[in-house]
Design a protein around this ligand. Structure first.
Ligand SMILES: Nc1ncnc2c1ncn2[C@@H]1O[C@H](COP(=O)(O)OP(=O)(O)OP(=O)(O)O)[C@@H](O)[C@H]1O
Ligand SMILES: [Mg+2]
Length: 307
């Protein structure tokens, strides 16, 4: 049994595009914050969706409190590089000379994985930030890029170590690798819906993780539909009788129930495939789709078993 997510310092949330990574990141962060952990939720790639969920304008890279025990910020590669260089050089003018000129700019864009590495570098930095001698945040939740890119990001510190083999870049990359490859401190949480494509991508990602598989601390099956009828067995008898009563509306209603029942059976299949990854939490599909704060609060309750 891998350690529960609540004992880790960093949780990276990934899955196919659009499956609910941001939704799950918010739910997990809220759940941990409710339990009294001080949580930082990091969006990546410059995404700034989280503050709006809490009815606030984004402050970008600067941490801002959005709920009790919950801060958020948005990491962009450019802001992370700037912070990193300023920390190294302690000198704004030098930064502008070196990084904003035409020599270094293309270099930063061209080094493979540097954007991913510096974003993880910010996570590493947040993890070790202290206030009055204790960690500023107990848990850093990262709304990470989608599956393929997420995997590249996770491998970015190793890639930099292989590229440089020694020197300050190597040493910094090693510090980050030590954190993100340590299953006692870092977890991966994989999100999927019951649709075949996202599910396959998630299971595929899991198999491609290789020895990093040990980081996986569970999975979330999102957008779970309730069964449209109390007893599918009784439905199969009743639907024949219903269809005999005729009428276009009856046919449409029967089709709808059949569709929903197929969704429910896909979910059963998804549940068992995700179970191979570890503990699975489920979030219900909210038919109104336009999620409100109350939905995130109920998702936070639904997901608390992972902590
Ligand atoms: N359980 C749910 N019920 C209803 N709507 C949902 C549910 N989960 C997510 N959504 C909606 O689906 C959309 C996609 O969710 P979300 O933004 O969390 O996905 P994502 O994986 O972060 O997407 P991206 O890859 O674009 O970052 C959003 O509009 C969100 O509000
Ligand atoms: Mg997202």
């Amino acid at each position: 049994m891998p350690p529960a997510l609540g004992t880790r310092r960093v949780v990276l949330v990934s899955g196919k595009g659009g499956v609910g990574k941001t939704t799950v990141s918010v739910a997990l962060a809220l759940s941990a914050a409710r339990r009294g952990q001080r949580v930082l939720l990091c969006e990546t790639q410059g995404s700034t969706r989280v503050p709006a969920i809490f009815g606030r304008p984004s402050k970008g890279y600067e941490p801002m409190q959005v709920a009790t025990n919950l801060d958020t910020l948005s990491i962009t590669p450019a802001a992370a590089i700037e912070e990193y260089v300023l920390l190294q050089l302690h000198f704004h003018r030098l930064y502008r000379m070196v990084f904003r000129n035409r020599i270094m700019g293309p270099f930063v864009d061209a080094v493979p994985g540097l954007h991913d590495l510096v974003q993880l570098g910010k996570v590493w930095f947040a993890e070790r930030e202290t206030v009055a001698g204790r960690p500023r945040w107990d848990l850093v939740v990262v709304d990470a890029p989608a599956t393929g890119h997420g995997l590249t990001m996770l491998g970015a510190p190793r890639a930099m170590m292989d590229l440089t083999t020694s020197g300050p870049f190597y040493e910094n990359a090693k510090l980050i690798a030590d954190l993100v490859e340590d299953e006692a401190r870092t977890a991966l949480l994989l999100v999927s819906t019951a649709e075949e494509m996202p599910l396959r991508e998630t299971v595929d990602l899991y198999s491609r993780l290789g020895n990093m598989r040990r980081l996986v601390g569970g999975a979330v099956l999102n957008e779970v539909h309730p069964s449209p009828v109390p007893s599918p067995a009784e439905w199969s008898a009743a639907r024949g009788a219903l269809l005999e009563t005729g009428g276009g509306d009856v046919h449409a209603a029967v089709d709808l129930v059949d569709d929903e029942l197929r969704a429910v059976s896909r979910q059963a299949d998804a549940r068992s495939r995700l179970a191979a990854l570890g503990t699975v939490a489920e979030l219900p599909f909210q038919f109104h789709r336009d999620l409100a704060r109350a939905d995130y609060d109920s998702f936070a309750t639904a997901i608390e078993g992972l902590l």
